[in-house]
Design a protein. Structure first.
Length: 236
């Protein structure tokens, strides 16, 4: 949490400097509402990488992968100047399915391609965005950098996961703090309503651990999520 606070303060400190922009920015200051609420959909895919699972009675080559998810998207954007905005984005926590990757079977038990665990995650991202063009333009591209915080909950082993592990299994995933980047377009339909489309990449790394009657198996997962967003924004 300390790292998250430091990153957030750094973003806010940088945001505090954007008011000292050029004269054109100053002339545009009163032309747009200061706040915008956004709602739409996330389509999240993972370019995941994981170390092979290690632990007692664990064959070599046991690995994990993740299935893509979709979830509702919500964000609040605060206009700082004609070109700068601060955005806090999050989605409804989706259920992500962890899939076995490796041998087709472990003994007589199917493994490769089987959903062995599920988890939900809460993953807000704070971004400082720079918007191209001028305040009166309908179409404005933007790009931003920021910080992401991800916490996992409702972490469960599936019946297939229990079978592979040899009994009822508890799952844990550590929290993650990492950099985030985004690029997008906003198109103003009315003075208050805009359409927004964006693409974002976030670094999410987590330590995965399973515990089956005291037999602990571990790996490190680099989720590498990529998120496409299509949303409607309302300015006020």
């Amino acid at each position: 949490m300390m790292k998250l606070s430091i990153c957030a303060l750094a973003l806010l400190a940088g945001a505090g400097q954007v008011h000292a922009t050029d004269a054109a920015d100053a002339a545009d200051t009163g032309l747009a509402p200061a706040n915008q609420l956004r709602a739409g959909f996330y389509a999240v895919s993972y370019d995941s990488r994981a170390d092979d699972v290690t632990g007692p009675f664990t064959p070599a080559g046991i690995n994990l992968s993740l299935r893509s998810v979709r979830t509702p998207y919500f964000a609040y954007a605060r206009r700082l100047s004609a070109h700068w905005e601060l955005e806090l984005a999050a989605g409804v926590p989706p259920t992500t399915h962890t899939v076995g990757k490796g041998p087709a079977r472990l003994g007589s038990i199917p493994f490769d391609g089987q959903v062995v665990a599920t988890a939900r995650w809460f993953s807000p991202t704070l971004l400082l965005n720079y918007r191209l063009g001028r305040e009166g333009d309908a179409l404005r591209p933007y790009a931003g950098l920021g910080v992401n915080y991800t916490a996992f909950f409702e972490r469960d082993s599936t019946p297939a996961g229990d079978a592979v592990n040899g009994g009822p299994t508890r799952i844990s995933l550590s929290r993650s703090i990492g950099p985030a980047a985004t690029a997008g377009l906003s198109y103003r339909l009315t003075p208050a309503v805009s359409m927004i489309a964006s693409y974002s990449r976030v670094r999410v790394n987590s330590h995965y651990q399973s515990d089956t009657a005291g037999i602990v198996r571990t790996t490190n997962i680099r989720f590498n999520p990529a998120a496409w967003v299509l949303a409607v924004g309302y300015a006020f």
